[in-house]
Design a protein. Sequence first.
Length: 282
Amino acid sequence: MPFIGNQPALSYTSFAKQDFTTSATTSYTLDNPVANENEIALFINFVRQEPTTAYTASGTSLTLTSATSASDDMYCVYLGKAVQTVNPPNGSVGASQIADSSIALGKLSATGTKDATTFLRGDNTFASAGGDNTPAFLVTRSSSQTFNEATDTKVQFNNEVYDTDNTFDSSTNYRWTPGITGKVFMSAGADFSAGSSNAFHMRIMIFKNGTEVTRVHRQTTDYFFPASTVQDMTISLHDSCTPSDYYEVYVNGNNVSGNNDCVVGSRSGTYSTHFGGYKIID
C-alpha cells in the first residue's frame, strides 16, 4: 500500500512474560491489565491452562479455579501485549542474518586488551593476537671494514636504521642483546671483497654468547673470486634466548696472496651488509 513520507522502520515483535511466586491461593496480581482471560496464556508446571475453565482475568486480577501450591511453577504470556521495537530482541540475531561485508572495522570496539577484537579491528599488527614482536632492530655498516684473512672477525655494525628498545650496541660491542625470555629471529648479510687479490673462500657466521651457532660458507678450488669484485652472502637464525644472551655477526675470508686486505661492507650506505632481528610471537 502506498504512503506519504519516509519508509517506516522495521519493527520486531516479542511477547511480554510474567513469572509468579506461587503459594496456596487462587488470587494473583498481573503486571499488566487485561480485558479478559483470553489475553493471556497461563502455564502451571509447564502445562497451558484453559481460559475461563482454569482461570479468569480482568484488569490486573487473575483468579484460578484451583489453588496452587508453593512448589508449583506458574507464568503467563501476555498475548494482547506485544512489545514492538526497532531493534531486534536480545539474542535473536545469528550469523545468517548478517550480510557479508556489512560490518566495517571502525564499528568494532577498540577497548579491552590485545585480543581477537583488537586483531579484527586492525588497530595493530598481527602481533596483537599474541603480543608485540619487539625488540626489533636493523643495523648496517656506514663504511667498509678491512679485516685480516683466515681470521674470524666481528662485523662492527655502526649505523642503526632502527632499534625499538635500544637492544643493539652499535658503538662498543656491536652485539644484539634482546633482553627477553622467548624466541627470536635474526638475519644478516655481508658483501665481501678480497681487495687487490683473488679470493677463494669466505664465510659469514652468527655467534651466541661468543660461540658460533650457525654459518654459511662459500669456497672454490677450481677458480678464484676475482679481485675487487663483490660477493654477497646471507644467513639467518631462529633461536630461544634468555635475558642475558647476546648475538654477533662474524666473517672470515682468504685471498690468494695472503696480503690481509679482505674487506666487508664495501658497498657502504646500502643494506648489503646488515644485521637485523626481532622477537617471534609465542
